[in-house]
Design a protein around this ligand. Structure first.
Ligand code: MRU
Length: 347
């Protein structure tokens, strides 16, 4: 399956990433063939978004195995390198899950790991298309056939996945059905994934959109300009609490106050049944310079301290629907991913 935008590919020798730090000014690819480069790319958000991190983690193990061969690493050095990839960012469970998925094959060699990692990539794209269909059907059942005004936060598009997107995958599907009037894309401070990446994707799709400051979202929602908000997730706890880009919680609270649906679109690989609730989700704290400076120029007084969490947690009671590749569950009505998983195992 060929996705429209392929942020992650395997070239035969190395991992090829769209450098998301350069968008929308330049669409450039970066080939990654060693572990230091990959860890740097993950930390600097060259590759980002939970599902994309999962696939990059799985293919990253191939990078580590090839480098181990080239540089004659022993097993301890190899395993330490794989662990560095796994831990490069803490919040999106997909990164660790992607590495863990292929790790049992490490002793079989790079080709076996590569085959599994590419299967994972393909599954992600197929899963996202299913998320798009389930999300579009759920919204249509509740809102009828009129074109919708949607709001999204951060970037949960093709760039954040192996292709197609989760929250933007639903928008893509609705747009194909002529059901999108407009999308409000929160700019997503401080790294601007909304104004740089989501706007770029919406532009390519031909979907009408506004970029708005994050602080405008509550007013746009309570002002009656939005029919539903839809976002991605970095980790969904067993009880349905959901971590996503900082600012998502404010969107969810505004949706609850306005009585409109707040939807989370994410593959099952983002559900972490080992994390019971949102309080146990590790939240990445990022460098103070991201908010104390703007484009390299300091904007706060010298000595200002920074509080710069990259994510926040939306309690399950505010999540109207969690859309996965297998269907929709409604955490706000008390249905948890843990219950859903238990029933799936029985089926
Ligand atoms: O810091 P980022 O850009 O990796 O954060 C990404 C998000 O918060 C996304 O909304 C989330 O990973 C879902 S992507 C389908």
């Amino acid at each position: 399956m060929t996705p429209d935008i392929a942020p992650i590919a395997w070239t035969g020798d190395s991992l090829r990433l769209i450098d998301q730090t350069l968008l929308p000014a330049r669409l450039e690819y970066r080939d990654v063939a060693d572990v230091d480069d990959l860890v740097d790319a993950i930390k600097r958000l060259v590759v980002r978004g939970a599902p994309a991190l999962g696939v990059a983690g799985a293919l990253g193990v191939v990078v580590a195995l090839r480098q181990a061969d080239r540089e004659s690493w022993d097993a301890t050095t190899r395993d330490a390198a794989i662990a560095r990839i796994r831990e490069a960012r803490p919040t999106a469970v997909n990164l660790a899950a992607g590495v863990d998925r292929v790790r049992p094959l490490v002793d079989e060699g790079a080709d076996a790991v590569l085959a599994e990692a590419l299967a994972f990539l393909d599954e992600d794209v197929r899963g996202n298309r299913a998320i798009g269909r389930h999300g579009a059907a759920w919204l249509t059942a509740r809102t009828g056939d009129r074109p919708l005004r949607l709001l999204t936060h951060c970037n949960a598009g093709a760039l954040a996945t192996a292709g197609w997107g989760t929250a933007l995958g639903v928008v893509r599907e609705l747009h194909a059905r002529d059901r999108v009037e407009t999308v409000y894309a929160d700019e997503t401070r401080p790294l601007l994934q909304g104004s740089r990446l989501t706007a770029w994707e919406l532009e390519q799709m031909g979907v009408p959109y506004y970029v708005q400051p994050d602080g405008a979202a509550a007013g746009t929602i309570l002002g009656g300009h939005v029919d539903a908000a839809i976002v991605g997730a970095d980790r969904v706890a067993a009880n349905g609490d959901t971590a996503n880009k900082v600012g998502t919680l404010a969107v969810a609270l505004a949706c609850a106050a306005a009585g409109i649906p707040f939807l989370v679109a994410a593959p099952w690989s983002t559900v972490d049944l080992a994390t019971p609730d949102g309080a146990r989700i590790p939240i990445e704290q990022r460098a103070p310079a991201e908010i104390l400076a703007n484009g390299g120029t300091p904007v706060a007084p010298p000595g200002a301290r920074a509080h710069n969490p990259a994510f926040d947690v939306t309690p399950a009671r505010l999540v109207t629907a969690l859309i996965t590749e297998t269907g929709v569950l409604e955490p706000a009505r008390g249905r948890t991913p843990a219950e859903e998983a238990a029933e799936k195992r029985e089926r």
